[in-house]
Write a protein that binds this ligand. Structure first.
Ligand SMILES: Cc1ncc(COP(=O)(O)O)c(C=O)c1O
Length: 384
């Protein structure tokens, strides 16, 4: 018997080694990996510059606690602050922790308790972030929920206006909902939410855990829409596979997180930080981000071309290298069928195939993946 809680419906693949866009399992089968560990290994598996930085840190020291000075945290925070046009960073270990910190910052700094989030959003699995998530399935059996959140339909500005009140600390959203189905926010809607927040004295919080760190061809996806959030949360790709999260905010929030108000034993761990600094220094280069945009355009156009006329395909959506293929039926059987053809892909929501290839993916790998996806979606798949 397995001694693991069965929280994941695990695939029948046991990784043995991985490099770049490729993963080899213990039986020697080689897979083209368009999952990147669910949007984490943005520079592919074991990128040289990250490995070098981590190896160096492993020789120096592994952990000291946040009571010590940390030039590495200072330098990495500066990179994140400059890239997001914000000021201050708190390091933690995961996306949920970054959102927890964002929620605590918003509530304490405004002295208000309500936070507006959106249907089909996903913000994490802790009590606050599960409650923030606009999907009932995530909360089943875990009630009662923290009564701080009000959920409104995404891209519905009238619903936001109705929900905002004197007690609203923040509106929190993903500019492209990842787990909820690769649902893009409209620029007008997002800009209007920001305006309404600022008029109402509420903070505008953007969850960039899946969309950030170059995934859409900008350091953070909100930068496609001319937005100016007060708080941004980040994790997943930030350290290319080492556990790290960050909440990034305006300098006016400094007092809210004064000494003793928030903390984390492992948050900002030097090994994870060494990986983060090397990762961010590579991804936040303009030339790298431009290539991500070009590869995203190539992937989208090849998918549109090769899937046109395929009966069950309703459309291709997303930005950069965060792509959804919307189907008229459940996506999971097609994800399984692709895996049998040695391509690793994901689903999102019920009907969407989600592609999160490494940002370093080659044009050849993109064409190879599209061919497999087209053949799988064209073939009759037996839905079990
Ligand atoms: C948008 C978003 N927010 C938060 C999270 C939670 O992150 P973690 O699993 O690192 O806690 C996720 C994870 O999928 C996510 O996609």
């Amino acid at each position: 018997m397995s001694h693991l809680f069965p929280t994941y419906a695990r695939w029948n693949v046991t990784p043995a080694k991985a490099e770049g866009s490729w993963l080899t399992d213990q039986s020697g089968d080689v897979y083209l990996d368009f999952t990147s560990g669910i949007g984490v290994s943005n520079l592919g598996h074991i990128p040289k510059q990250v490995k070098k930085a981590v190896d160096k840190q492993l020789q120096a020291f592994w952990h000291t606690s946040n009571l010590f000075q940390s030039p590495l945290q200072e330098e990495t925070a500066k990179i994140l602050a400059e890239a997001s046009h914000l000021d201050l960073v708190f390091f933690c270990n995961s996306g949920a922790e970054a959102n927890e910190a964002a929620i605590k910052l918003a509530r304490k700094s405004t002295g208000r308790s309500k936070i507006i989030t959106f249907l089909k959003s996903f913000h994490g699995r802790t009590y606050a972030t599960m409650a923030a998530t606009g999907q009932e399935k995530v909360k089943l059996g875990f009630g009662p929920m923290l009564e701080t959140f009000e959920y409104v339909p995404y891209n519905d500005i009238e619903a936001v206006k109705e929900a905002l009140d004197d007690n609203t600390a923040a509106v929190m959203l993903e500019v492209i909902q990842g787990e909820g189905g690769v649902n893009e926010g409209n620029a007008d809607f997002l800009q209007e939410v920001e305006k309404l927040c600022h008029e109402n004295g509420s903070l505008f919080v953007i969850d960039e855990i899946q969309t950030g760190i170059g995934r859409t061809g900008k350091p953070f996806a909100f930068q496609h829409y001319d937005l100016h959030p007060d708080i941004v949360s980040s994790a997943k790709g930030i350290a290319n596979g080492f556990p790290l999260g960050a909440v990034i905010g305006k300098k006016e929030l400094a007092e809210t997180f004064s000494p003793g108000s928030h903390g984390s034993t492992f948050g900002g761990n030097p090994v994870a930080l060494s990986a983060a600094k090397a990762t961010l220094n590579t991804i936040f280069e303009d030339s790298f981000l431009n290539e991500v945009q070009q590869k995203g355009e190539l992937l989208t156009s090849l998918l549109k071309e090769q899937l046109s006329g395929v009966e069950i395909v309703k459309g291709v959506k997303g930005k950069g290298l965060m792509i959804g293929i919307e189907l008229s039926e459940e996506a999971t059987p097609y994800v399984t069928a692709a895996r049998e053809e040695k391509l690793l892909i994901l689903s999102a929501g019920t009907n969407v195939i989600r592609l999160l290839p490494p940002l370093t993916v080659s044009e050849e790998e993109i064409s190879q993946a599209v061919k497999i996806i087209a053949s799988v979606l064209t073939a009759k798949v037996q839905i079990s």
